[in-house]
Design a protein around this ligand. Structure first.
Ligand SMILES: [Zn+2]
Length: 350
């Protein structure tokens, strides 16, 4: 994913039907960026697995969060240990099997949605695997898709990489993808186990999507979710929550601009709940960046989707995107924010 103002021309053509492009997008993002710096410094992850809901109803006070932060951390480390999960490589095949096996533990069923893509960089066809699991999908009163990409960027073209790595044509320098890839997936795998059998009214579909970061250009990114959105399950999701780069140390996830624009009710409800369960420092209800990300294809297909992301990551798209720059506390905060939100009574409906 990238900040929108860097890719304006691309998205004018790719997402023409969304008339969001105004001349002030760039300026607004920059203004938000400047305002956010102080906040990042001041904030810290305040969650623990025993965090008690504050000001909660008696019913909610009894809730014990089951999200297993250590298991999520172990999963992040394990995914990275496979090597960069680049489509068409052995680590992709191995990690796919691992994800399917883990997702099966928490879900009613899990399967692979496979597509193929001719990658311009090698002119070879590579497989793209979405790993999908569901809980209580058919009988639910409201349905949510929770998603995170599991592939690793084949190019280290981030602003803090060596100049030769970010000079076109980019050399093949795949990134470890600890935060950008493994973090969101780790949370979803453990969330599925924590939530199993506990939400009779809510159907959940876990989408671990592939080909989000292939590129190098946006025309070859968001591939897995784009396919999913065009081949939506029936019944289709009522809303979505995307996890991307939610593992860095001292994480602060603000309200992403496109989420506010196209999923405002959801965004406000999620951040209000986070505050209520004591996670307001990690999830402050303040505007953050404007990101082109996996939530867009879903929004385009009528599924309001929230993007949870802390884009202020110095190791973004560098070969330093390793577990050393991530923290278990950030995974825990995200896991509990989601677990508590999805178990709310009454349940959220857009
Ligand atoms: Zn990325």
């Amino acid at each position: 994913m990238r900040r929108i103002w860097k890719q304006m021309s691309h998205f004018r053509s790719r997402f023409q039907s969304v008339s969001r492009f105004t001349s002030n997008v760039k300026g607004r993002s920059l203004a938000v960026a400047i305002g956010f710096v102080g906040l990042s410094v001041a904030a810290a992850c305040g969650a623990s697995q025993n965090a008690a809901p504050q000001g909660a109803s008696p019913q909610r006070a009894e809730t014990k969060w089951k999200f297993d932060g250590q298991a999520a951390w172990d999963s992040l480390v394990k995914q990275v240990a496979f090597g960069p999960r680049v489509p068409g490589t052995p680590p992709q095949e191995k990690c796919k099997e691992y994800l399917l096996e883990e997702l099966r533990k928490g879900c009613d069923d899990a399967h692979i949605q496979e597509l193929s893509h001719r990658w311009a960089f090698t002119n070879k066809v590579v497989p793209i695997y979405n790993v999908i699991g569901t809980q209580n999908w058919k009988d639910a009163k409201v349905r949510v898709v929770l998603l995170a990409h599991w592939d690793s960027r084949p190019f280290a073209d981030g602003p803090n990489s060596p100049l030769s790595y970010r000079t076109k044509p980019y050399p093949y320098k795949p990134i470890p993808g600890a935060n950008d890839g493994a973090s969101g997936v780790a949370v979803l795998l453990e969330l599925a186990k924590a939530l199993k059998g506990r939400h009779p009214d809510v159907g959940i579909l876990y989408l671990l999507d592939d080909g989000e970061d292939l590129g190098p250009d946006m025309s070859e990114m968001l591939l897995g979710v784009d396919y999913f959105a065009k081949n939506m399950p029936s019944p289709k999701p009522d809303y979505g929550i995307l996890l991307d780069m939610i593992g860095k140390k001292d994480m602060v996830v603000g309200e992403e601009i496109e989420s506010l624009k196209y999923a405002e009710k959801l965004t406000k409800a999620f951040f209000a709940n986070a505050k209520e369960v004591g996670l307001g420092k990690t999830f402050p209800d303040q505007e953050a960046d404007d990101i082109e990300d996996d939530h867009w294809p879903l929004i385009q297909r009528g599924v309001p989707t929230l993007d949870l992301i802390d884009f202020r990551y110095d190791q973004w798209h560098t070969q330093d995107d390793t577990p050393a720059h991530c923290s278990k506390e950030s995974l825990v905060a995200t896991g509990i924010a989601l677990e508590s939100f999805l178990l709310r009574t009454p349940y959220f409906k857009p």
